[in-house]
Design a protein around this ligand. Structure first.
Ligand SMILES: NC(=O)c1ccc[n+]([C@@H]2O[C@H](COP(=O)([O-])OP(=O)(O)OC[C@H]3O[C@@H](n4cnc5c(N)ncnc54)[C@H](O)[C@@H]3O)[C@@H](O)[C@H]2O)c1
Length: 307
Protein backbone atom coordinates (compact mmCIF):
# COMPACT_ATOMS: atom_id res chain seq x y z
CA UNK A 1 0.00 0.00 0.00
CA UNK A 2 1.03 3.61 -0.43
CA UNK A 3 0.75 5.95 2.53
CA UNK A 4 1.48 9.57 3.35
CA UNK A 5 2.74 10.45 6.84
CA UNK A 6 2.49 14.13 7.68
CA UNK A 7 4.93 15.01 10.44
CA UNK A 8 6.83 11.83 9.52
CA UNK A 9 10.22 13.28 10.47
CA UNK A 10 9.12 13.69 14.08
CA UNK A 11 9.30 11.33 17.03
CA UNK A 12 6.15 9.25 16.44
CA UNK A 13 5.94 9.70 12.65
CA UNK A 14 9.47 8.41 12.09
CA UNK A 15 8.73 5.20 14.03
CA UNK A 16 5.59 4.73 11.96
CA UNK A 17 7.61 5.26 8.76
CA UNK A 18 10.08 2.54 9.77
CA UNK A 19 7.31 0.03 10.49
CA UNK A 20 5.50 0.70 7.22
CA UNK A 21 8.72 0.43 5.20
CA UNK A 22 9.61 -2.82 6.99
CA UNK A 23 6.22 -4.24 5.95
CA UNK A 24 6.90 -3.32 2.34
CA UNK A 25 4.57 -0.31 2.09
CA UNK A 26 5.48 2.79 0.03
CA UNK A 27 5.83 5.85 2.22
CA UNK A 28 5.76 9.55 1.41
CA UNK A 29 6.72 11.85 4.26
CA UNK A 30 5.47 15.41 4.29
CA UNK A 31 7.15 17.53 6.96
CA UNK A 32 8.39 21.11 7.28
CA UNK A 33 11.25 19.98 9.58
CA UNK A 34 10.15 22.40 12.24
CA UNK A 35 10.79 20.05 15.12
CA UNK A 36 11.33 16.94 12.97
CA UNK A 37 14.73 15.89 11.64
CA UNK A 38 15.83 13.86 8.65
CA UNK A 39 18.21 12.16 11.08
CA UNK A 40 15.15 10.50 12.66
CA UNK A 41 14.60 8.75 9.33
CA UNK A 42 18.17 7.63 8.83
CA UNK A 43 17.23 3.91 8.69
CA UNK A 44 14.67 4.41 5.90
CA UNK A 45 15.65 7.60 4.11
CA UNK A 46 16.71 5.77 0.94
CA UNK A 47 13.44 3.81 0.86
CA UNK A 48 10.92 6.63 1.28
CA UNK A 49 9.99 9.78 -0.58
CA UNK A 50 10.57 12.88 1.53
CA UNK A 51 8.71 16.10 0.66
CA UNK A 52 9.52 19.21 2.65
CA UNK A 53 6.35 21.25 3.09
CA UNK A 54 3.86 22.88 5.41
CA UNK A 55 0.40 21.39 6.06
CA UNK A 56 -1.03 24.88 5.73
CA UNK A 57 -0.11 24.74 2.03
CA UNK A 58 -3.24 23.16 0.50
CA UNK A 59 -1.82 22.79 -3.00
CA UNK A 60 1.33 20.94 -2.06
CA UNK A 61 -0.63 18.60 0.21
CA UNK A 62 -3.13 17.92 -2.56
CA UNK A 63 -0.33 16.98 -4.94
CA UNK A 64 1.17 14.35 -2.66
CA UNK A 65 -2.16 12.83 -1.57
CA UNK A 66 -2.90 11.81 -5.19
CA UNK A 67 -2.97 8.04 -5.78
CA UNK A 68 -2.27 7.10 -2.17
CA UNK A 69 -4.24 4.63 -0.06
CA UNK A 70 -4.30 6.55 3.21
CA UNK A 71 -2.88 9.36 5.30
CA UNK A 72 -1.40 9.19 8.78
CA UNK A 73 -1.59 12.78 9.96
CA UNK A 74 0.92 13.60 12.70
CA UNK A 75 2.15 17.08 11.73
CA UNK A 76 1.50 19.53 14.55
CA UNK A 77 3.12 21.89 16.97
CA UNK A 78 3.10 19.90 20.16
CA UNK A 79 4.53 21.94 23.03
CA UNK A 80 2.04 22.95 25.71
CA UNK A 81 4.34 25.66 27.06
CA UNK A 82 5.08 27.15 23.62
CA UNK A 83 1.35 27.16 22.81
CA UNK A 84 0.81 29.80 25.52
CA UNK A 85 3.33 32.04 23.73
CA UNK A 86 2.13 31.40 20.17
CA UNK A 87 -1.58 30.51 20.34
CA UNK A 88 -2.40 31.89 16.86
CA UNK A 89 0.43 29.98 15.20
CA UNK A 90 -0.62 26.80 16.99
CA UNK A 91 -4.19 27.28 15.82
CA UNK A 92 -3.11 27.95 12.26
CA UNK A 93 -0.91 24.84 11.97
CA UNK A 94 -2.83 22.39 14.13
CA UNK A 95 -6.36 23.38 13.12
CA UNK A 96 -6.18 24.91 9.64
CA UNK A 97 -3.46 22.44 8.62
CA UNK A 98 -5.57 19.53 9.87
CA UNK A 99 -8.66 20.79 8.09
CA UNK A 100 -6.63 20.84 4.86
CA UNK A 101 -5.72 17.19 5.42
CA UNK A 102 -9.36 16.19 6.04
CA UNK A 103 -10.70 18.22 3.15
CA UNK A 104 -8.28 16.80 0.57
CA UNK A 105 -8.60 13.23 1.85
CA UNK A 106 -12.39 13.59 1.65
CA UNK A 107 -12.27 14.85 -1.92
CA UNK A 108 -9.98 11.96 -2.92
CA UNK A 109 -11.88 9.32 -0.90
CA UNK A 110 -8.90 8.20 1.21
CA UNK A 111 -8.83 7.28 4.88
CA UNK A 112 -7.14 9.40 7.57
CA UNK A 113 -5.75 8.17 10.87
CA UNK A 114 -4.56 11.11 12.90
CA UNK A 115 -2.94 12.10 16.19
CA UNK A 116 -5.38 13.58 18.65
CA UNK A 117 -4.37 13.80 22.29
CA UNK A 118 -5.50 12.91 25.78
CA UNK A 119 -5.10 16.62 26.49
CA UNK A 120 -8.61 17.14 25.00
CA UNK A 121 -10.01 15.89 28.33
CA UNK A 122 -8.25 18.54 30.44
CA UNK A 123 -8.68 17.91 34.18
CA UNK A 124 -10.54 14.59 34.28
CA UNK A 125 -13.65 14.41 36.42
CA UNK A 126 -12.98 10.71 37.08
CA UNK A 127 -10.36 8.05 36.36
CA UNK A 128 -9.88 6.06 34.21
CA UNK A 129 -10.95 8.36 31.39
CA UNK A 130 -13.43 7.02 28.84
CA UNK A 131 -13.77 8.37 25.31
CA UNK A 132 -17.19 9.94 26.03
CA UNK A 133 -16.06 11.77 29.17
CA UNK A 134 -16.21 15.60 29.24
CA UNK A 135 -13.65 17.56 27.23
CA UNK A 136 -12.28 20.64 29.00
CA UNK A 137 -8.86 21.44 27.51
CA UNK A 138 -6.77 23.73 29.72
CA UNK A 139 -4.11 25.05 27.34
CA UNK A 140 -4.02 26.42 23.77
CA UNK A 141 -2.37 23.26 22.38
CA UNK A 142 -5.12 21.05 23.81
CA UNK A 143 -7.77 23.42 22.47
CA UNK A 144 -6.39 22.97 18.93
CA UNK A 145 -6.67 19.18 19.36
CA UNK A 146 -10.30 19.45 20.49
CA UNK A 147 -11.08 21.73 17.56
CA UNK A 148 -9.58 19.10 15.23
CA UNK A 149 -11.97 16.52 16.65
CA UNK A 150 -14.95 18.74 15.84
CA UNK A 151 -13.67 19.12 12.29
CA UNK A 152 -13.08 15.36 12.04
CA UNK A 153 -16.72 14.78 13.02
CA UNK A 154 -17.89 17.31 10.44
CA UNK A 155 -15.98 15.57 7.64
CA UNK A 156 -17.00 12.11 8.88
CA UNK A 157 -20.63 13.18 8.44
CA UNK A 158 -19.78 14.08 4.83
CA UNK A 159 -18.30 10.60 4.32
CA UNK A 160 -14.62 10.90 5.26
CA UNK A 161 -13.18 7.81 6.94
CA UNK A 162 -11.28 9.31 9.85
CA UNK A 163 -10.03 7.80 13.09
CA UNK A 164 -8.59 10.02 15.82
CA UNK A 165 -6.13 8.46 18.26
CA UNK A 166 -6.00 10.16 21.64
CA UNK A 167 -2.44 9.43 22.68
CA UNK A 168 -1.63 9.62 26.36
CA UNK A 169 2.06 10.28 27.25
CA UNK A 170 4.19 8.67 24.59
CA UNK A 171 7.73 7.52 25.43
CA UNK A 172 10.47 5.80 23.46
CA UNK A 173 13.61 6.22 21.44
CA UNK A 174 14.17 9.55 19.63
CA UNK A 175 11.72 11.58 21.72
CA UNK A 176 12.43 15.18 20.78
CA UNK A 177 14.46 17.17 23.27
CA UNK A 178 12.71 20.52 22.83
CA UNK A 179 9.23 19.16 23.41
CA UNK A 180 10.31 16.30 25.60
CA UNK A 181 8.17 14.77 28.17
CA UNK A 182 9.49 14.04 31.57
CA UNK A 183 11.11 10.71 30.60
CA UNK A 184 13.54 12.22 28.12
CA UNK A 185 14.41 15.11 30.44
CA UNK A 186 15.03 12.83 33.45
CA UNK A 187 17.10 10.41 31.36
CA UNK A 188 19.33 13.25 30.21
CA UNK A 189 19.88 14.41 33.80
CA UNK A 190 20.66 10.89 35.01
CA UNK A 191 23.07 10.37 32.12
CA UNK A 192 24.90 13.50 33.26
CA UNK A 193 24.76 12.17 36.85
CA UNK A 194 22.47 15.05 37.88
CA UNK A 195 19.30 14.63 39.98
CA UNK A 196 15.98 14.58 38.04
CA UNK A 197 14.22 17.95 38.20
CA UNK A 198 10.50 17.67 38.97
CA UNK A 199 7.90 20.37 38.23
CA UNK A 200 5.90 20.77 41.43
CA UNK A 201 5.58 18.04 44.05
CA UNK A 202 5.77 15.20 41.51
CA UNK A 203 2.52 13.66 42.72
CA UNK A 204 0.92 14.26 39.31
CA UNK A 205 0.32 10.91 37.58
CA UNK A 206 0.56 9.98 33.90
CA UNK A 207 -0.34 7.04 31.69
CA UNK A 208 2.82 6.37 29.63
CA UNK A 209 2.48 4.45 26.39
CA UNK A 210 5.33 3.11 24.23
CA UNK A 211 5.88 4.56 20.77
CA UNK A 212 5.95 1.08 19.16
CA UNK A 213 2.47 0.43 20.55
CA UNK A 214 1.32 3.79 19.17
CA UNK A 215 2.57 2.69 15.74
CA UNK A 216 0.58 -0.52 15.97
CA UNK A 217 -2.57 1.39 16.93
CA UNK A 218 -2.11 3.53 13.79
CA UNK A 219 -1.71 0.57 11.47
CA UNK A 220 -4.61 -1.39 12.97
CA UNK A 221 -6.83 1.70 12.70
CA UNK A 222 -5.90 2.22 9.06
CA UNK A 223 -6.57 -1.42 8.19
CA UNK A 224 -9.79 -1.73 10.19
CA UNK A 225 -13.27 -1.52 8.70
CA UNK A 226 -14.15 1.23 11.18
CA UNK A 227 -15.07 4.42 9.36
CA UNK A 228 -15.00 6.90 12.18
CA UNK A 229 -14.25 6.89 15.89
CA UNK A 230 -11.86 8.18 18.55
CA UNK A 231 -9.71 5.79 20.56
CA UNK A 232 -7.81 6.35 23.79
CA UNK A 233 -4.29 5.01 23.34
CA UNK A 234 -2.70 4.47 26.72
CA UNK A 235 -1.94 1.50 28.94
CA UNK A 236 -4.65 1.69 31.57
CA UNK A 237 -1.93 2.12 34.23
CA UNK A 238 -0.36 5.26 35.61
CA UNK A 239 2.60 6.32 37.72
CA UNK A 240 3.54 9.53 39.51
CA UNK A 241 6.38 11.68 38.25
CA UNK A 242 8.07 11.38 41.65
CA UNK A 243 7.95 7.57 41.45
CA UNK A 244 9.54 7.69 37.99
CA UNK A 245 12.33 9.93 39.24
CA UNK A 246 13.01 7.61 42.20
CA UNK A 247 12.88 4.53 40.00
CA UNK A 248 15.38 6.02 37.57
CA UNK A 249 17.77 7.00 40.37
CA UNK A 250 17.52 3.47 41.77
CA UNK A 251 18.34 1.81 38.42
CA UNK A 252 21.24 4.20 37.87
CA UNK A 253 22.87 3.20 41.16
CA UNK A 254 23.72 6.89 41.72
CA UNK A 255 23.29 8.63 45.05
CA UNK A 256 20.84 11.36 43.96
CA UNK A 257 17.73 12.97 45.44
CA UNK A 258 15.21 14.47 42.95
CA UNK A 259 14.94 18.27 43.09
CA UNK A 260 11.72 20.28 42.66
CA UNK A 261 10.89 23.36 40.57
CA UNK A 262 7.68 25.36 40.09
CA UNK A 263 4.46 23.77 38.76
CA UNK A 264 4.05 24.24 35.00
CA UNK A 265 1.06 26.19 33.73
CA UNK A 266 -1.38 24.08 31.70
CA UNK A 267 -0.32 20.79 33.29
CA UNK A 268 -3.13 18.40 34.26
CA UNK A 269 -3.01 16.62 37.61
CA UNK A 270 -3.69 13.03 36.60
CA UNK A 271 -4.25 10.95 33.49
CA UNK A 272 -5.25 7.33 33.12
CA UNK A 273 -6.78 5.85 30.00
CA UNK A 274 -9.70 3.46 29.84
CA UNK A 275 -8.58 1.38 26.85
CA UNK A 276 -11.52 -1.00 26.58
CA UNK A 277 -12.75 0.62 23.33
CA UNK A 278 -9.52 0.09 21.37
CA UNK A 279 -9.01 -3.38 22.90
CA UNK A 280 -12.46 -4.45 21.83
CA UNK A 281 -12.56 -2.88 18.36
CA UNK A 282 -8.96 -3.36 17.19
CA UNK A 283 -7.72 -6.12 19.47
CA UNK A 284 -4.90 -3.72 20.40
CA UNK A 285 -3.11 -3.83 23.71
CA UNK A 286 0.08 -2.28 25.09
CA UNK A 287 3.12 -4.56 24.95
CA UNK A 288 5.98 -2.45 26.36
CA UNK A 289 5.73 -0.85 29.79
CA UNK A 290 7.68 2.08 31.15
CA UNK A 291 9.40 0.39 34.07
CA UNK A 292 10.99 -2.45 32.08
CA UNK A 293 11.98 -0.05 29.27
CA UNK A 294 13.62 2.37 31.71
CA UNK A 295 15.45 -0.41 33.48
CA UNK A 296 16.96 -1.59 30.19
CA UNK A 297 17.79 1.95 29.07
CA UNK A 298 19.50 2.95 32.32
CA UNK A 299 21.42 -0.31 32.51
CA UNK A 300 22.90 0.66 29.13
CA UNK A 301 23.97 4.01 30.60
CA UNK A 302 25.55 2.19 33.54
CA UNK A 303 27.62 0.11 31.13
CA UNK A 304 28.62 3.34 29.40
CA UNK A 305 29.62 4.99 32.71
CA UNK A 306 32.10 2.22 33.27
CA UNK A 307 33.65 2.38 29.80
N1 LIG B 1 4.46 12.70 22.01
C1 LIG B 1 3.36 12.63 22.73
O1 LIG B 1 3.37 12.25 23.92
C2 LIG B 1 2.04 13.01 22.10
C3 LIG B 1 0.87 12.90 22.90
C4 LIG B 1 -0.36 13.24 22.34
C5 LIG B 1 -0.43 13.64 21.03
N2 LIG B 1 0.70 13.75 20.28
C6 LIG B 1 0.57 14.19 18.88
O2 LIG B 1 1.26 13.28 18.04
C7 LIG B 1 1.77 13.97 16.89
C8 LIG B 1 3.26 13.70 16.75
O3 LIG B 1 3.91 14.15 17.93
P1 LIG B 1 5.47 13.93 18.21
O4 LIG B 1 5.60 13.69 19.66
O5 LIG B 1 6.01 12.95 17.24
O6 LIG B 1 6.02 15.40 17.94
P2 LIG B 1 7.18 15.91 16.96
O7 LIG B 1 7.32 17.37 17.22
O8 LIG B 1 8.39 15.04 17.11
O9 LIG B 1 6.55 15.65 15.52
C9 LIG B 1 5.71 16.58 14.85
C10 LIG B 1 6.19 16.66 13.42
O10 LIG B 1 5.36 17.58 12.70
C11 LIG B 1 6.18 18.43 11.91
N3 LIG B 1 5.46 19.69 11.67
C12 LIG B 1 5.18 20.68 12.59
N4 LIG B 1 4.52 21.69 11.98
C13 LIG B 1 4.37 21.33 10.67
C14 LIG B 1 3.76 21.94 9.55
N5 LIG B 1 3.19 23.15 9.63
N6 LIG B 1 3.77 21.29 8.36
C15 LIG B 1 4.38 20.06 8.25
N7 LIG B 1 4.98 19.44 9.27
C16 LIG B 1 4.96 20.06 10.47
C17 LIG B 1 7.45 18.62 12.73
O11 LIG B 1 8.55 19.06 11.97
C18 LIG B 1 7.64 17.21 13.31
O12 LIG B 1 8.38 16.38 12.45
C19 LIG B 1 1.41 15.44 17.09
O13 LIG B 1 0.21 15.70 16.39
C20 LIG B 1 1.18 15.54 18.59
O14 LIG B 1 0.31 16.61 18.91
C21 LIG B 1 1.93 13.45 20.79
Amino acid sequence: MKYVITGGAGFIGSHLAESLVNRGDSVIIFDDLNTGKKQNLIKVLDKIKFVEGDVRNYNSLEKIFQSTDGVFHHAARASVQESFLKPAEYFDINVNGTENVFKIAHSLGIKVVYASSSSVYGMPTKLPIKEDDPKNPINPYAKTKLEDEKIARKYALKGLNVIGLRYFNVFGERQSKEYAGVIKLFLERIQEKLPPKINGDGLQTRDFVYVGDIVLANILSMESNIDHTFFNVGTGTNISVLEIARMMVKYSGLDLEPIHGPVLEGDVKDTLADISHIKRELDWKPTVFLEEWLKKKITTFNINYKT
